[in-house]
Design a protein around this ligand. Structure first.
Ligand SMILES: [Zn+2]
Length: 198
């Protein structure tokens, strides 16, 4: 096997299993070869997992910018589940989605371009579009069933706080919509190339 050129730096991640799973997902993203990706465990109040550029000296050039996936030490999904207790599929789907955001960021103007003046309706449309792109990228990397597993896991846990459920419905695609993405991707892949005949 060829040596991987994916670089993952772990911050406060003790679980070897999580490290392995993350690297496994990362290695299926060729766009992230030679790019420094951090995985960090921290205490977060408002989110369970997120992807962001790292504000360091390398931030100012898009070509060298580092990215970091943060996850909460206890996912607030259902009465403080530890991420290690989640099924592998669910965690992998989650990582794949977050790396989808990172790949999406690579091709987009800096986050600073997003104006605070955006109206709420515009903002939620923007958010939804960003979540859709992250899912689509993950699906295109072969993580369709894992993305669905993550989604179903979140939706089937009735102890989710109401505000979290509302956010899921507002910004995130439903399992049905993701099935649509998977279908589209499968069709594209199997579509014969169109040869133009003069
Ligand atoms: Zn997302």
């Amino acid at each position: 096997m060829a040596a991987t050129k994916h670089t993952c730096l772990y911050q406060n991640v003790q679980s070897q299993q999580l490290r392995d799973w993350f690297l496994e997902v990362l290695e299926t993203y060729p766009e992230l070869t030679d790019r420094r990706i951090f995985l960090r465990k921290i205490n977060m109040k408002r989110s369970t997992m997120r992807a962001q550029p790292v504000a360091n000296g390398r931030f100012f050039r898009r070509a060298t910018r580092d990215y970091r996936i943060d996850f909460s030490s206890h996912l607030d999904v259902t009465e403080h589940v530890k991420i290690q207790q989640l099924p592998k599929e669910v965690v992998v789907g989650w990582f794949a989605h977050e790396l989808g955001h990172v790949v999406d960021y690579l091709h987009r103007p800096s986050l600073g371009m997003i104006s605070f003046g955006l109206g709420y309706a515009l903002w939620s449309r923007y958010m939804r579009a960003a979540e859709r792109r992250a899912d689509q990228i993950a699906v295109n990397h072969g993580f369709g069933s894992e993305i669905i597993a993550t989604k179903n896991y979140l939706m089937s846990h009735s102890t989710l706080p109401e505000h979290y459920k509302k956010r899921l419905e507002k910004y995130y695609l439903s399992a049905d919509e993701i099935e649509g993405l998977i279908l589209a991707w499968n069709e594209d892949r199997e579509m014969p190339e169109i040869v133009e005949v003069e």
